[in-house]
Design a protein around this ligand. Structure first.
Ligand code: SF4
Ligand code: F3S
Ligand code: FES
Length: 256
């Protein structure tokens, strides 16, 4: 039995017909426990089958149903209708080009990902037997290091953090964006990895443009401390690389 009726105001855009998109209102009956994705699928199944949406798991695991619900980046499958008012707007993520209706083109993220230096270990680790060592001995890492990177591994690549970041959205500065700093930080924090990505993030990834507003970590559905645990440590590493106090002291002494 329907609990109440809500008005879903959904952004519609058909690249073959429209120059720009518009919001269209739909009346949707709700039931207890219903999420925004259920309501949008109701519209697609019962009212207008041409509505384009992207979703897969309906369990907040695949990261594909990202949208802006009442102007806030969120997963449609994780946002309950009973936490919202009687009028709900659903729009595509603003940081990415719209393909159709609620579906955006997030390809740029995969291009950025392919630029981040890969996980790299010392050559000996790839073939420990050649040096008479056991694989499980040289690849052993402390539990504390496992725990540290675990948080970053929870990322479901929903790109909501990219969407909310004003630097990614507005300035088109070339800043890679929070999701990609998380990825780089997870590699940099691995004790067997020998690459330091901070300099690269600073010079190629525009890390300096992030002014630590923390909006990214506020919208992350996995509650990853994006700014505190990934961005700030990478910024600190970048500063350390530029300013080595020991080298600075040696140079000053030589100049005397
Ligand atoms: Fe989504 Fe969080 Fe991953 Fe960003 S860091 S893509 S918000 S899960
Ligand atoms: Fe953007 Fe997050 Fe920095 S929202 S400005 S990446 S703290
Ligand atoms: Fe998979 Fe929402 S449908 S995260």
């Amino acid at each position: 039995m329907a609990d109440r009726e809500v008005t879903l105001s959904i952004f519609r855009f058909d690249p073959e017909k429209d120059k720009e998109g518009r919001f269209v209102d739909y009346k949707v009956p709700t039931v207890e426990g219903m999420v925004v994705l259920d309501a949008v699928r109701y519209v697609q199944e019962k009212i207008d089958t041409t509505l384009a949406i992207r979703w897969n798991c309906k369990a907040a695991r695949c990261g594909s149903c990202s949208a802006e619900i009442n102007n806030r980046p969120a997963l449609m499958c994780k946002t309950r209708i009973d936490t919202l008012g009687d009028r709900i707007t659903v729009a595509p993520m603003r940081a990415f080009p719209v393909i159709r209706d609620l579906v955006t083109d997030v390809d740029e993220n995969y291009r950025i990902m392919s630029k981040i230096p890969k996980f790299t270990v010392r050559k000996e680790l790839m073939n420990p037997e050649a040096e008479g060592k056991k694989h499980q001995d040289v690849w052993r890492i402390q539990q504390i290091n496992v725990e540290r990177a675990k948080e970053f591994k929870k990322c479901i690549e929903c790109f909501l953090c990219q969407d909310v970041c004003h630097v990614v959205r507005e300035h088109k500065s070339g800043y890679f964006g929070p999701r990609h700093i998380v990825k780089a930080a997870s590699l940099d924090m691995h004790p067997l990895d020998i690459v330091n990505r901070a300099k690269f993030l600073n010079e190629e990834g525009g890390l300096g443009y992030c002014n630590i507003t923390k909006c990214c970590q506020e919208v992350c559905p996995e509650h990853i401390h994006i700014t505190d645990n990934a961005i700030i440590p990478e910024k600190e590493r970048a500063v350390d690389l530029q300013y080595d106090p020991l080298m600075h002291a040696i140079k000053r002494r030589l100049m005397k």
